[in-house]
Design a protein around this ligand. Structure first.
Ligand SMILES: Nc1ncnc2c1ncn2[C@@H]1O[C@H](COP(=O)(O)OP(=O)(O)OP(=O)(O)O)[C@@H](O)[C@H]1O
Length: 197
């Protein structure tokens, strides 16, 4: 699959298969095209050539938080509950609990800290329990404890058969990943040591 912004070719031949029950990481320098790749995978951008196929519903956590500052955390959840057609918010509440967001349910989003906004951003991407998770810098702004809880959650979702793709410019905790790729010069290559497979 390829993608170019006008004449600027960013993805020059990316072939990626996200298998169920896999925790996959993609790293790359600033501007390597990681966010572009996720936008193409999520259908936000159309590839210049090639195709993207989904085996089930997916959850996309964009790098830049898109929240309505005037609404509370709970109002965001209610809005997304309708959009996702969920019977209830039980699973969303579990995710909030794991991320330490529960106590902020009635706060106006505009008054939240950056890391707390990111917790909500991630909760909105996960609350419909998607089969495929496309996460762009999902732990930006997280404190250490939340960061660890994020990886524990990602591992549990992988064990439950979900495909989890985490994109970051930092290759931390590579031992937790089943696959690790580096995006450079528009192509994906397996990243050396550290990845289990
Ligand atoms: N909407 C756009 N129009 C034109 N060029 C763009 C657009 N979005 C991104 N680019 C360019 O595409 C390249 C890849 O950008 P992208 O945001 O995908 O990189 P990234 O790997 O996610 O970077 P970072 O680690 O800084 O978030 C950059 O050169 C960027 O300037």
């Amino acid at each position: 699959m390829r993608h170019a912004y006008r004449r600027h070719a960013v993805l020059r031949g990316v072939d990626l298969r996200l298998r169920p029950g896999t925790l996959c990481g993609i790293v790359g320098e600033n501007g390597a095209g990681k966010s572009t790749l996720l936008k193409v995978l999520a259908g936000e951008l159309r590839p210049t050539s090639g195709t993207v196929r989904h085996g089930g519903r997916f959850g996309y956590c964009p790098q830049h938080v898109i929240l309505n500052d005037a609404l509370t955390v709970r109002q965001h959840l209610m809005y997304f509950r309708t959009a996702y057609r969920l019977a209830d918010l039980r699973y969303a509440e579990e995710v909030m609990e794991v991320l330490g967001l529960t106590g902020y349910a009635d706060e106006r989003t505009g008054a939240l800290s950056g890391g707390t906004r990111q917790k909500l951003n991630l909760t909105l991407a996960l609350m419909h329990d998607p089969r495929v998770l496309l996460l762009d810098e999902p732990y930006q702004g997280f404190d250490w404890d939340t960061y660890q809880r994020f990886w524990d959650l990602a591992g549990r979702l992988r064990d439950a058969g979900r495909s989890v793709l985490v994109v970051s410019h930092l290759a931390y905790d590579t031992g937790r990943l089943d696959e690790l790729w580096r995006l450079a010069r528009g192509r994906l290559r397996p990243e050396g040591e550290g990845a289990a497979a």
